[in-house]
Design a protein around this ligand. Structure first.
Ligand code: PEP
Length: 252
């Protein structure tokens, strides 16, 4: 059975005090939930990662980084390496988020390097991709998604896919209040699974968790998560509120 995941991307929100408090509240609120086969991940900012990781260490909550550099070390002002993350107990990293692509000009070529470095360091990658509004309007969304996945991930061998989680995030639905309909999400997730099956094997593609991201809220989570190829969500805004985040986890 595929692992279900609800991951909260806190982006550039919450100072240390607020981060620790929110992490504590989330851990407490899900303590008695039956989380069989379901993982809960939160991704605070770099500067608060270590303290949050310590706070949730003995709980069901895991932590992830929002980004990472591909080099081991060196003159890369402002950047963070895989080994630095691992040293503070962080084993998962979100890569390819649309905000990184859009505001920090991250390209498929750069993402290949980041993915490779993360995997070489035995880290798990939550790999984000998704089409822009104009792509969907012009009907290019399947092509765009196919290229993003092929360009960044299809050089990997089957073994490496054990550490890959896919996150389909249509850019037009991120932080906009606009959500892909459950049918649109399912259609794209099924397409992605088919792509992976064609490149690798059906059993590999059946084992990959594919998350949906884009304005998931307590009100729409259940319907989206009920779709066969949707294995959870990457949550932005709603992950900043413990009650909303809990309700989304309950929906799964
Ligand atoms: C995201 O940034 O990954 C995201 C899905 O944000 P939101 O839930 O706020 O749309």
């Amino acid at each position: 059975m595929r692992v279900k995941i609800v991951a909260g991307n806190w982006k550039m929100n919450n100072d240390l005090k607020a981060s620790k408090l929110l992490a504590k509240k989330i851990a407490k609120s899900i303590k008695n939930l039956p989380l069989t086969n379901t993982r809960v991940i939160i991704a605070p900012t770099f500067v608060n990662l270590e303290r949050v990781a310590k706070k949730v260490k003995k709980t069901a909550v895991e932590v992830a980084a929002q980004n990472m550099h591909f080099e081991k070390s060196g003159a890369f002002t402002g950047e963070i390496s895989a080994s630095m993350l691992k040293a503070i107990g962080v084993n998962t990293v979100i890569l390819g988020h649309s905000e990184r692509r859009e505001y920090f000009l991250e390209t498929d070529d750069l993402l290949v390097k980041k993915v490779n470095t993360a995997l070489q360091n035995n880290m798990e990658v939550i790999f984000c991709f998704g089409e822009k509004l104009e792509d969907r309007k012009s009907g290019a969304h399947f092509n765009v998604v196919e290229n993003q996945i092929k360009n960044a991930l299809f050089h990997l061998d089957s073994e490496a896919w054990k550490n890959i989680v896919l996150a389909y995030e249509p850019v037009w639905a991120i932080g906009t209040g606009e959500t892909a309909s459950p049918e649109q999400a399912q259609e794209m997730h099924a397409f992605i699974r088919q792509l992976v099956a064609e490149k690798y094997t059906a059993s590999l593609s059946e084992s990959v968790s594919i998350l949906y991201g884009g304005s998931v809220k307590p009100a729409n989570a259940k319907e989206i998560f009920s779709k066969k190829d949707v294995d959870g969500g990457l949550i932005g805004g709603a992950s900043l509120n413990e009650n909303d985040f809990k309700a989304i986890i309950e929906a799964i």
